[in-house]
Design a protein around this ligand. Structure first.
Ligand code: C2O
Ligand code: CU
Ligand code: CU
Length: 558
């Protein structure tokens, strides 16, 4: 069997296994690789996307850098749908309107499988870029979906299992902007005053080429680059006018977490999070932005002198990496390896006021109507769906399992139309040898009870000092759920370590989210609706090395 055939075989048998165990999926799965347009789907927007290799001059001097890139061509729809970022390896910014029907023809010309995922958009399974739909060189995949999201910023990127991290690193990513009628009623900065800030870290080696390391210890911690790029540019500097701006910050890094802060101590004002505009602006001394997260920032440069500069920094923080790593970095070991360690301070971008304009719009006090979800909206308040985070040697896990295309656990099956409480927590039991069997059995009998039982055992263990060793690999994980956006119900911080103080004011939990950073010792309860679409929807760690190592599972909405 050639590699291609073998992959196809695995794909097909995965699909048929899923069909065998879940007959309700049969229709959704028939002819899983969709290669042609559905005549009945009347698209308002049609785009052709190509993934290809390209040479881009990223560094000021020396040879161009080889990247992987999405290029797009508008076949049908409003001209502003595609907004190119000049000389960037990033794909174009996609401008959608709520209610638009979108069709994308995706052509893969890379010599490896690939598929696009529309991170943040609520679309049917078949158009969500599940890795089972990865296509080979020369193949085409057709997406069709309606834009259901509220106004906000989302993130498209490659999602081919075990290649996601490297393909995103090499350039397969871009920003999505959705607008809606609620947003249009507001007077928000637009046009040149509405700017993308896609923040990523990269490492450049010989001949200006991107370096990506797949060594196990780096994959377990997540890949960290030593150069910070914004919109694909190093040492990004933007000329601004003395006016209000909206910055759409997206953390498109594989594993780097940013603690965004203005150099002169100006507080940060957020008007939106992953799932769109907030009910009202939120002001913080700094804002944490983990891989996959977005935050829409408001900054008014009026009153700043022409010629003045303002730097956006990533401020120092601690406690997100395993203890051992932080200790080594503290001893300067990180520096020896020429790495920019997680949590050190650096500049992200510089804004230079170059022109005075007479008037600027004012920050609205209230933004958009917002439906706050609470415990009373869920049907499982006492039995939250668990997302247990654990790290086995070489294997970060969710609910003690690695990703499998064709597997869902009993509690990963969710009835369509329900709203669920989900509890994301650190699951400390490190099953050694026979422990695994025991775990599997408990799960088979009653997964929910198993999880809860283990947790009380952990807590007891920690009280007696036994839990400490298990916590050695503890680190922060940005947990992302596909499908509909969720809301954070609460964070339980009674078990966090003292380092938590360096990040705790930076979480904005008052809006819709699709990715949430869970710190060591922290537990986060969220509320998530499972409406509109049946099918398989992934949840995973958005530390992309963790995701590729199998720290991913899926819900079956049925
Ligand atoms: Cu941005 Cu499944 O991910
Ligand atoms: Cu996603
Ligand atoms: Cu992780």
């Amino acid at each position: 069997m050639t590699l291609l055939n073998r992959r196809r075989f695995i794909q097909q048998s995965a699909v048929s296994a899923a069909i065998a165990s879940f007959p309700s999926l049969l229709l959704a799965k028939k002819g899983s690789i969709k290669t042609a347009a559905t005549p009945g789907f009347k698209a308002d927007v049609e785009i052709e996307f190509t993934a290809h290799t390209a040479q881009i001059a990223i560094l000021a001097a020396g040879p161009a850098t080889q990247v992987q890139k999405y290029s797009a061509r508008l076949i049908k729809g409003p001209q502003q749908t595609l907004q190119q970022i000049a000389d960037s390896f990033l794909g174009p910014v996609l401008n959608f309107q709520q209610g638009q029907k979108v069709r994308v023809f995706f052509k893969n010309t890379l010599n490896q499988p690939s598929i696009i995922h529309w991170h943040g958009l609520h679309v049917p399974q078949r158009s969500d870029g599940h890795p089972m739909y990865s296509i080979e060189h020369g193949e085409q995949f057709v997406y069709e979906f309606e834009v259901m999201n509220r106004a906000g910023s989302s993130f498209y990127h490659s999602h081919s299992h075990n290649l996601t991290a490297e393909q995103v690193y090499r350039g397969l990513a871009g920003l999505i902007i959705v607008t809606d009628s609620d947003e249009q009623k507001l007077d928000l900065p637009s046009g040149e005053f509405d700017m993308p800030l896609v923040i990523q870290d990269r490492s450049f080696g010989d001949n200006n080429q991107l370096q990506y390391v797949r060594m196990m210890h780096q994959r377990m911690e997540g890949f960290l680059g030593d150069s910070i790029l914004v919109n694909g540019k190093l040492n990004a500097e933007f000329n601004v006018k003395s006016s209000a701006y909206r910055f759409r910050a997206l953390n498109g890094s594989n594993s780097r977490i940013y603690k965004l802060g203005w150099e002169d101590g100006t507080p940060l004002t957020a008007i939106g999070t992953d799932g769109g505009l907030l009910p009202k602006p939120e002001t913080r001394p700094y804002i944490m932005l983990a891989p996959g997260e977005r935050v829409d920032l408001w900054l008014d440069f009026s009153g700043r002198a022409v010629g003045s500069k303002l730097v956006m920094n990533s401020l120092p923080f601690a406690g997100t990496q395993p203890k051992m790593t932080e200790r080594m970095n503290g001893k300067g070991m990180g520096m020896m390896h020429k790495r920019l360690a997680q949590g050190v301070e650096f500049a992200v971008a510089t804004f230079k006021v170059t022109e005075k304009v007479s008037d600027s719009i004012k920050l609205p006090e209230v933004l958009v109507p917002f439906q706050r979800l609470s415990q009373t909206d869920v049907d499982n308040a006492d039995k939250p769906i668990p997302i247990g985070i654990s790290m086995k040697p070489m294997r970060p896990l969710l609910n003690r399992k690695s990703f499998a295309m064709d597997k869902v656990l009993e509690f990963e099956r969710v009835a369509l139309g329900t709203i669920k409480k989900i509890r994301i927590f650190h699951d400390h039991e490190m099953p050694a040898g026979g422990g695994m069997k025991h775990t599997a059995k408990v799960e088979a009998e009653n997964p929910m009870r198993g999880m809860r039982m283990k947790r009380s055992m952990d807590e007891a263990g920690q009280e007696h000092g036994k839990g400490r060793k298990m916590g050695m690999m503890d680190m922060a994980h940005p947990i992302h759920l596909h499908g509909q956006q969720f809301q954070v119900l609460r964070r339980v911080t009674s078990m966090v370590k003292s380092d938590y103080a360096s990040v705790k004011h930076g979480f904005i939990d008052s809006g819709w989210k699709d990715t949430v950073l869970v710190m060591p010792g922290e537990e986060v309860e969220i509320i998530k609706p499972f409406q509109d679409y049946k099918g398989l929807f992934l949840y995973h760690c958005h530390n992309l090395e963790h995701e590729d190592l199998g720290m991913m599972r899926q819900f079956l909405v049925e």
